[in-house]
Design a protein around this ligand. Structure first.
Ligand code: 5AD
Ligand code: SF4
Length: 441
């Protein structure tokens, strides 16, 4: 029995895909191991959305070879880097890897590995599919916990000019809602309390005449699943009905991740985001109007080609207006194949990108603290997900509806239960409080 070790980089979609990979391999009698040093086969499920993700993998492959010096170990690259870097990884020989499988090839992975011994067989399979949704693979090798990831669609057709996803993950396709709901029902039977529905752009979910709001309603009918999260919607064409479902359906969490990317209309247009700054701000007003106190988070790219200081200040202005609960700030990094890499020279100096990143992170830190402190004195429902915290065995932690971490003293309650917590303190990273009640659901 071959022993396989899987390491995952990047987004939650990759976490889910690793669970699919593990399931496919376990079904074909591979043994999954938790330690690199026990493995015959090491799989790195990679991300190529931002540059440092690539560098990390290069370093990691060399370290694995060094650590397992002389021993027989095969290294396979999966995920987004696979499609984009096939030639570089295999042909120029600078990376000591043995095979590559792209995001739509995981069902053929056992064959690919077995054929490595066959002379003349190709050591890669990166063909992208218009149809593969892994609807017939139920990931039985999931990470245990209260939350389970569920991919409801794959790929992306938006072609934002900076983004490599349409090239690495291919065309957009949705899973049938009945199939998603069936998976969620099994998750409830296994004891999961929360699902997070994943898609590159859930607003364009369409299947059997249903849209994403319908899907949320269908999933929320599953008994035992008490919370439903999703990520991410695109700000263009945000369906109002989705906002009404978020507001009215108690299982759907009141948190929207709404990637802004930039605050200048000229930059947004170069990015092909298809909304203006004003349209984005109007949407935020509408979201807050329909769903008061909703948690809003975002992604921002600084130093997109030709972005001036004045245009960067427009991003600052949007942040000051919206005052997000959290924001993920990225330095623009040119990705192969993308429209931006072909049309726009990466001309903002790295030092400028760094300074802009520091500035936005400082602003966000203040906004997060302000938003978190506003919760002091309130009582939140918290789903317990850890019976300890990073810092203490005397505390437990969970998440509130808005996905904020809440820490409270340990007591007669356990992981997977809901408690109400009165918030007494806040930092930019956590809320802290006292348990006032243990809920029975
Ligand atoms: N450079 C920097 N950040 C990027 N992102 C996507 N592509 C790039 C890139 N080329 C960021 C976007 C996206 C998040 C997942 O990653 O902000 O929303
Ligand atoms: Fe990339 Fe834009 Fe698609 Fe998001 S919507 S995955 S940023 S192309």
């Amino acid at each position: 029995m071959k022993k396989v070790y899987v390491e995952t980089y990047g987004c939650q979609m990759n976490e889910y895909d690793s669970e699919i990979v593990k399931t496919v391999l376990a079904d074909r009698d591979y043994e999954l191991v938790d330690s690199l040093s026990d493995a015959d086969i090491v799989l790195l499920n990679t991300c190529s959305v931002r540059e440092n993700a690539n560098r990390k993998i290069y370093g990691r492959v060399h370290r694995i070879k060094h650590q397992r010096n002389g021993e027989e170990v095969k290294i396979g690259i999966l995920g987004c880097m696979a499609t984009n870097f096939r030639r570089k990884l295999l042909d120029d020989g600078s990376l000591p890897i043995d095979f590559i499988a792209g995001p739509d090839s995981y069902k053929r992975l056992p064959d690919l590995i077995e054929n490595l011994e066959v002379e003349g067989a190709k050591p890669f399979d990166v063909t992208l599919s218009e149809f593969e949704t892994y609807a017939d693979v139920y990931p039985s090798c999931r990470e245990k916990g209260v939350n389970a990831w569920v991919a409801v669609m794959r790929g992306c057709d938006n072609f934002c000019t900076f983004c490599v996803v349409p090239y690495t993950r291919g065309r957009e396709r949705s899973r049938e809602p009945e199939n998603v709901t069936e998976e969620v029902r099994r998750l409830a039977d296994e004891g999961f309390r929360q699902v997070t529905l994943l898609g590159q752009n859930v607003n364009s979910y369409r299947s059997n005449g249903h849209d994403f709001a319908d899907l949320l309603e269908m999933v929320s009918s599953v008994a035992g699943i008490e919370r439903i999260r999703f990520t991410s919607p695109h700000p263009k064409d945000f369906p109002r009905r989705l906002l009404r479902v978020i507001n009215a359906n108690p299982k759907v969490c009141r948190h929207i991740h709404l990637p802004l990317q930039a605050g200048s209309d000229r930059v947004l247009e170069m990015m092909a985001r298809t909304y203006t700054r004003q349209e984005y701000l109007d949407l935020v007003d509408e979201v807050r109007d329909l769903c008061p106190n909703i948690v809003l988070t975002t992604d921002i790219i600084v130093g997109f080609p030709t972005e001036t200081d004045e245009e960067f200040e427009e991003t600052v202005e949007v942040m000051e207006r919206v005052r997000y609960d959290a924001a993920f700030i990225f330095k623009y990094s040119e990705r192969p194949q993308t429209i931006a890499s072909r049309k726009f020279p990466d001309d903002v100096p790295d030092a400028v990108k760094s300074a802009r990143t520091v500035r936005l992170n400082d602003i966000q830190q203040a906004h997060t603290l302000e938003r978190n402190r506003a919760h002091i004195g309130q009582t939140h429902e918290v789903l317990i997900d850890e019976e300890r915290t990073k810092k203490s065995d005397e505390d437990y932690q969970g998440r509130n509806d808005g996905n904020k971490i809440v820490i409270f003293p340990k007591g007669a309650y356990r992981r997977g239960q809901f408690v109400t917590v009165r918030i007494t303190d806040a930092t930019p990273s956590v809320l802290r409080g006292e348990v006032t009640d243990v809920l029975t659901r």
